[in-house]
Write a protein that binds this ligand. Structure first.
Ligand code: IPD
Ligand code: CA
Ligand code: CA
Ligand code: CA
Length: 267
């Protein structure tokens, strides 16, 4: 497999999908509920995932696709540790796509025999692509991102979280994160986990804590974070299996330890 060609194609397809979505924000889109009125899917989520499925099948017929909308559900069973797998979220932040028409992304992660190869997160409306071919540096569009500088303390930290931490959940005994948001500099919830994780990789946020993500949400981000040497674990501090659902914590080294020991009191 020519990995440079795979990287080039993955970026090209992502840009093409992004152009499609940029045009779609000014059109009427069909919105359906999945599990509830807070869990949306549009015909664009499915169309973009089908687009990736078709492109991957044509260019790399022996690769597998794991996407949020399950357009490849008919594919044969496979062992991700022995295959090349594309983890694709066609729209990460569908609610933003439907409501405010910005702050949504396309997330594409490629793994070969379980090892990270390529990670791409594309902020469609800002036309900002975060991308990595493993070992070759993290780029934002054409600009190489410097290694992260001196670590910030948690008093200086901007930390992203999703709203699910505010509700009773399977992980936290109490609500220690309430204390955390009073002690840190700022808390953010953009509504696209992939984008928020990319922001940690480039140093725009110092940490992110997400409840209940799937392989398509963090498949690309995990590659970006690894390339930058940023710690990315489950909230319990274990390595993330990117092919399974997980609640995750990413942060620069010391901050990761502080957040975990001070605030994440697992049930
Ligand atoms: C969602 C977004 C959101 C996060 C949710 C995800 P979707 O993805 O990333 O920020 O809080 O947990 O499911 O459904 O818009 O692709
Ligand atoms: Ca969704
Ligand atoms: Ca998602
Ligand atoms: Ca999605």
């Amino acid at each position: 497999m020519d990995v440079n060609e795979l990287y080039r194609l993955a970026k090209e397809w992502t840009l093409e999908a992004g152009t499609n979505l940029r045009q779609a924000v000014v059109q009427e889109v069909e919105v359906e509920y999945k599990t509830s009125a807070a869990d949306l899917v549009t015909q664009k989520d499915k169309e973009i995932e089908r687009f990736f499925s078709k492109k991957i099948k044509e260019a790399f017929p022996d690769h597998f696709l794991l996407g949020e909308e399950g357009v490849s559900e008919g594919q044969s069973a496979y062992d991700p540790q022995k295959e090349t797998v594309w983890l694709v979220d066609p729209i990460d932040g569908t609610t933003n796509f439907v409501h405010n028409k910005r702050n949504f992304s396309i997330s594409v992660g490629v793994y070969h025999e379980g090892e990270p190869l390529v990670g791409i997160i594309y902020d469609v409306m800002s036309d900002e692509m975060f991308h990595v071919l493993i070992g070759n540096g993290l780029y934002v569009n054409e600009t190489r991102v410097e290694p992260l500088g001196e670590e910030k303390t948690y008093e200086q930290a901007l930390i992203a979280m999703n709203h699910l931490w505010l509700a009773p959940n399977d992980y936290l005994a109490e609500q220690p994160l309430q204390q955390m948001v009073q002690e840190i500099r700022g808390f953010r919830c953009i509504g696209s986990a992939a984008l928020e994780l990319a922001y940690v990789a480039v140093g725009r946020f110092e940490a992110a804590i997400f409840n209940g993500l799937g392989p398509w949400d963090f498949g690309a981000a995990s590659v970006l974070l690894q390339e930058q040497g940023v710690k990315f674990t489950t909230v319990s501090g274990d390595p993330v299996n990117v092919f399974k659902h997980s609640s995750v914590l990413t942060a620069t080294k010391t901050l990761h330890g502080t957040i975990q020991s001070r605030y994440i009191e697992l049930k």
